[in-house]
Design a protein around this ligand. Structure first.
Ligand SMILES: [Zn+2]
Length: 120
């Protein structure tokens, strides 16, 4: 399976990878941050979306990200934060790419988004 189907009703995640813009409902569910990188819960069909700041808070760790959303963990250089993985919506907005299967344009889009949240 190449993608995780999103089952949250009425969530709009349609994305144009050529633009540094986020879909309408690409919003942190904890603090409302948008127009920045978000991470999604893994292993669920109804993933919660969170910004880096909220994911770090939940993990109870100090993390300093680079521009691409990577950091150095005990496990090495990574962009995974505990149970959270980079949230790259599929182009049609009905789900998220599985971690290892995100197409290069999607990876680029996510990496170019601001890492830290901008509050609405
Ligand atoms: Zn947040």
């Amino acid at each position: 399976m190449s993608e995780i189907r999103d089952r949250k009703e009425n969530r709009t995640l349609q994305v144009d990878y050529s633009k540094i813009e986020t879909p309408a409902d690409y919003v942190c569910e904890d603090c409302g941050a948008t127009n920045c990188k978000l991470w999604r819960e893994s292993h669920t069909f109804n993933p919660k979306l969170v910004c880096g700041a909220c994911a770090v808070k939940e993990e109870g760790k100090e993390i300093s990200f680079d521009e691409g959303g990577m950091y150095v963990s005990e496990m090495g250089h990574t962009d995974q934060i505990g149970i959270y993985l980079p949230a790259v919506p599929t182009k049609d907005g009905i789900g998220f790419w599985a971690y290892a299967l995100v197409p290069p344009a999607g990876v680029d889009w996510w990496k170019k988004l601001p890492t830290y949240p901008i509050k609405k």
